[in-house]
Design a protein around this ligand. Structure first.
Ligand SMILES: O=C(O)COP(=O)(O)O
Ligand SMILES: [Mg+2]
Length: 235
């Protein structure tokens, strides 16, 4: 039996795309800010700081209050963050509504599923394991497993290859400008999910498809694949 997504790889971003991780990132960030005697931040503020890895989030948490940490200070805070976050990684973090069911449907239609994230590899594996999502993915590639993370397109290309797929038959799904740039750099169509952590508007992002609930993803992917196949024929 062949499925309509046979031979296609769907590459998912993690934070803000597959999983709503903001609640646990908030607790971990506030743990280090509080320990450093700094002001803590709220959920909405932390959401605007996710997408470039945890170190960038800590830096933004400090610049938010007019402070610039020294390299040594930042490394110390980052180390503390990693210990705390790793131990509290799936307290409040949950997959977005219907994501697991839709992933199963895509796999049943023949898609290869993979994750390309700017989260660290060990944290990504731990989170997806804790939520029971890890077995669905042929590859999970964190920022520290590649020479250059998103927005470098190479991060996506390596993810597709690690999943056993073909970058010419792959689609990126993500919640941020970083994902959009990475997809463009890798030459992949880009599906934007506006329920994540991007502050820019849907119009500004300029995605090939916008999916505001997982139930809309299968149809969006089918449409993009038909377009890709038609344009390949026209060449
Ligand atoms: O943890 C982050 O800041 C980014 O992670 P993402 O690439 O999965 O959105
Ligand atoms: Mg994200």
């Amino acid at each position: 039996m062949t499925g309509s997504l046979d031979g296609w790889t769907v590459v998912f971003d993690l934070d803000g795309t597959l999983v709503d991780t903001a609640p646990d990132l908030l607790l971990a960030l506030n743990h280090v800010l509080d320990h450093a005697g700094l002001e803590t931040v709220d959920l909405q503020t932390v959401a605007g700081m996710i997408g470039h890895g945890a170190k960038a989030m800590i830096q933004k948490g400090m610049s938010h209050q007019g402070l610039t940490p020294s390299d040594a200070e930042l490394e110390g805070l980052f180390a503390r963050f990693l210990v705390y976050y790793s131990e509290h990684i799936a307290i409040g973090s949950r997959p977005f509504d219907k994501a697991p069911e839709i992933l199963d449907g895509l796999a049943a239609d023949g898609a290869i599923l993979s994750v390309c994230t700017n989260k660290k590899q060990d944290l990504s594996d731990k989170l997806l394991d804790a939520l029971g999502l890890a077995p669905r993915f042929a590859a999970i590639i964190g920022a520290d497993s590649v020479p250059s993370k998103k927005p470098d397109g190479d991060h996506i290309v390596r993810t597709v290859q690690a999943a056993g797929g073909d970058p010419a038959r792959a689609i990126m799904v993500g919640d941020s400008r970083t994902d959009e740039r990475a997809a463009r750099n890798a030459g992949l169509p880009f599906v934007f999910v506006p329920f994540g952590y991007e502050a820019e508007s849907v119009e500004a992002i300029g995605a090939d498809a916008v999916v505001s609930h997982y139930s809309q993803l299968p149809a969006a992917l089918s449409r993009l694949i038909s377009q890709a196949v038609a344009s390949a024929r026209g060449r």
